[in-house]
Design a protein around this ligand. Sequence first.
Ligand code: FAD
Length: 630
Amino acid sequence: MGCVRGYLCPLVCYGDSGGLEDLLMAQHQECEYDVVVIGAGGAGLRAAIEAATKGVSVGLICKSLLGKAHTVMAEGGVAAALANVDDRDNWKVHFADTMRGGHYLNAWRMAELHAKEAPERVRELEAWGALMDRTPDGRINQRNFGGHAYPRLAHVGDRTGLEMIRTLQDHGIHEGIDVHMEVTVSKLLMDGSRCAGALAYDRELGRFKVFKAKAVVMATGGIGRAFLVTSNSWEYTGDGHALAYHAGAELVDMEFVQFHPTGMVWPPSVRGILVTEGVRGEGGILKNSEGRRFMFDDVPALYKGSTADTPEEGWRYVVGDREARRPPELLTRDHVARKIVKEVQAGRGSPHGGAFLDIAWIQEHIKDSEGHIKKKLPSMYHQFKELAGIDITKEPMEVGPTTHYVMGGIRVEPDSQMSTTVPGLFAAGECAAGLHGANRLGGNSLSDLLVFGKRAGEYAADFAGKNTSAHIQDEQIDLAVREALAPLERDPGADVGPYRLQYELQQLMQDKAGIAREEDGLGEALNELQQLKTRAQAMGVGGSREYNPGWHTTLDLHSLLTVSEAVVMAAQARKESRGAHSRPDYLDKDPDWGTVNLVLQKGHDGEMELRKEVIPEIPEDLQNIIKEQG
Ligand code: FAD
């Protein structure tokens, strides 16, 4: 698949000969832009739009088709303190909620920018044509979500991501952006320590493309495919994390992988598919096999005012002198996920190892509850009807934790989103770290994409304007091409094959670095990862470069192994339980870890190195906001 607009790239021919040389000497395309954006989800599209608006040339690369990025799957909504449903909401409350949800490990400046700028970004999206659900008086409607003090998530039923991508795509296409679809970046190209572009191959015919750029924005999403049970699509193999790491970028907070409490658990073929928090936001309650609503069992002291009233009257909870509507099912995701696991371990789980999520109960309180559920949760209704034969307007769903999101990622400067160590490389969205700390609040990802996608695009364009073109040596390109082609040259029969190896990796991460990790398991995981790495490096695949998903999988494995090692190393180092990181052998939070980030970087010997860094003190004005908000 070439450029969408038919952009003519000059072809650079390496010649013609046989065997490996034949492959190596295959021609590649060269494309040059001021800014290259890798990834066309919400973050990438928003960055590309902003850069193009600044008048620089922009190339946008995506592994799948435009419009198919993961963002399209987002369901529940985008968090922004618009105060349309509860006028007590404002950026300060949103900031404090985000910091509390992140257990104060967040990059506080990012949390501040995010809370301040999210409302403007959402209104802008609406001005570009996004059609959100409305309040009776015609304003953007907002729903409750875990950890948010007030109804804050602007939404379109449970298809918010689809509307967001549609809008950004429609808007972006008119900004003169060149789109390269079904093209996978396999290596960042450098000019010294500066990022100067990327090598990529098209997934159809395996032809190489060299992208030269003055600035590169990484927006490749998450790492969920490193685990067996996940809500993430096939694209989420941690490519951006790994590409940036191997180019010298720092990774931070990698121990914090979010296990969403409610994924499907049955039938096995759909295990892990997300059941949006929107179900709980619309009144869904969790019960164990005894029919008991177990989320009231140990509500954290902060939320002790929670009561289980009817939906019409609203659920109440009290923090300090503030009262809001929220049931205990909408405590933060880390807490709810652990509670479900506890019920299962105590033998009170559902038949297939989860808990019951019941939205049908609202029929006792709401007229036409069936119509209401179908209107507010249309995708969930169809998902369960078609995949599990369950009518959620009448019966409870069976749900359990699923790997969902990674808080960790490329370490960036908060205002500009430039990598802390690689000039010219910017990152935004799920592959960047900082905003969410130890645990992300639902809805804060979509607003993250908009706020920091815009910022990354703006600063990347600025960087491109201030810097001349970088130089990429031919030898570097040759080496990157050789590395990518190496699996095709090796004996395919020597090991189990790339899919099986990926499965082994996923099983390992699920068992030993999943929702509860312990010292012994993590130590074993590190050793086993080294073995998997050795096997992956020797892995061969059959066939040619054309239409060869086996070859693509061997290349994805390189990224998956890198991010898995980062997760395990950081999880082993953090000897406490905090947010999404749960260590049964260190059950409590340790105050000594309360101000520490773990930073990973490639050492001079090529090995992954880890260090602790103390988070800079939160400025007084922001500290006061946190205190005031309770
Ligand atoms: P993505 O949207 O995943 O885009 C990544 C892009 O990078 C894709 O275009 C991909 O093709 C490309 N790419 C990846 N690797 C390469 C490579 N090597 N070369 C070239 N291109 C590459 N968050 C919320 O805030 N609210 C919600 O309601 C919500 N619901 C969710 C529901 C589901 C089912 C899931 C899984 C997540 C949900 N999230 C939600 C989280 C949120 O959707 C994601 O965190 C967010 O969409 C990530 O956006 P992104 O732009 O960073 O990456």
